[in-house]
Design a protein around this ligand. Sequence first.
Ligand code: ATP
Ligand code: MG
Length: 373
Amino acid sequence: MGLLEGLNPSQKEAVCTTEGPVLVVAGAGSGKTRVLTHRIAYLLEEKGVDPGSILAITFTNKAAGEMKERLQALVGPASRWLWVSTFHAACVRILRQEIAPLGYRSNFVIYDTADQLSLLKSCLKGLDLDDKKFPPKSILHAISNAKNRLWGPERLAREADNLFLDKAAEVYRRYQIRLKELNGLDFDDLLMLTVELFRQHDKVLRYYQHKFRYILVDEYQDTNHAQYVLIRQLASEHRNLCVVGDPDQSIYGWRGANLQNILNFEEDYPEARVIKLEQNYRSTKIILTAANQVISYNSDRKPKALWTENPQGKPLLMVTGETEHHEAGFVAGEIYRQTQGAGRSYKDFAVLYRTNAQSRVFEEAFIRSGIPY
Ligand SMILES: Nc1ncnc2c1ncn2[C@@H]1O[C@H](COP(=O)(O)OP(=O)(O)OP(=O)(O)O)[C@@H](O)[C@H]1O
Ligand SMILES: [Mg+2]
């Protein structure tokens, strides 16, 4: 059968286990996104599921767009009725229909960071707070963190253990009142208010719980608390929830992602089927061996061992520079050599560094060698 061709046995299992909670734990390049896409196609084609009852959450708009394109190719026009989007886009869609009971109008405006900062500045002024001591950006961060945890201003005030957070809670209270007067929602409100709506208005919650018979979430290791609660609310009627993720690829802790969401999935959904995808299709054997070594030191993880049928590949090269200048000079020299001799172009290269401050030495070396970056 076409849809299952080109999938390995674990991928097939993840596609065909349509009923009940499923946790797919999988490494980089092991076909997680491919599994989700095929699972949706399978639900539509093989199970005759109504596309309007499927909700698929991706981490970025770009990923949602790509998934929609793939589905359009796999199942044709039925794909129009699917909900394939980010958390935020799904919440906007729900709130545009349902927000009235929360006291906002359906044509609410979505505030971006610049809008938020200017509103915060006026709140600071109103409270007579010095924006040198209480930089709007830091306040914004505190408010955003609170919202990702579903804390209102009162809760933030209660949890505050220093003057800064005390004041941040005050600003938060005022900011939230102003936003509502302006019929505005910031990015974090989209999630927080959807959860609140569902908590307060059982009828609305029951409508969406009933509607979304099948829920799929990609990159589940990067969900924050608000997103986690939202998914629990939505999935609690049918419990056909499939989450896909890799605890070893959790990179958004700094903005509230909670690794425990994926690690605790089996406690939250005791009847869950756990499927591991360990075959990698993207990298050489040597790269995988090195990656397995590195991630084996991670503290919170679900053990897995990636393997591949791909060739051994070229050995990795590790160079220790004596100084940062030596290091940057080596990198620039290597890029220069490979673009001149080996027929590579500049866009084939990526340079990763740990903190922004480290970029400077690289930039200097690139300028010196005439390498555009
Ligand atoms: N069974 C398979 N046979 C051949 N190629 C496959 C198979 N499964 C996945 N691939 C290929 O492996 C690559 C990675 O797949 P995919 O993007 O779905 O992985 P992923 O686990 O979502 O990766 P990431 O960790 O980057 O999110 C893609 O090019 C995909 O086409
Ligand atoms: Mg993916």
